[in-house]
Design a protein around this ligand. Structure first.
Ligand SMILES: [Zn+2]
Length: 53
């Protein structure tokens, strides 16, 4: 599971990964280059973080 999220929704994404996968989520920062083409799962902001497991 992988979720892209902005600064504002990072906690929501972390909660979702924990809930869905029941594993501890891994938070990584999206490279600046990739931020330009990636948007948050929950809003239209640029994605800053990738939450995975
Ligand atoms: Zn967002």
């Amino acid at each position: 599971m992988e979720l892209y999220c902005c600064q504002e929704h990072v906690e929501m994404a972390l909660d979702e990964v924990v809930y869905e996968c029941e594993t501890y989520p891994v938070l990584t920062q999206v490279s600046e280059e990739k931020q330009l083409s990636t948007t948050c799962e929950y809003c239209r902001n640029v994605a800053i973080y990738l939450v995975g497991n």
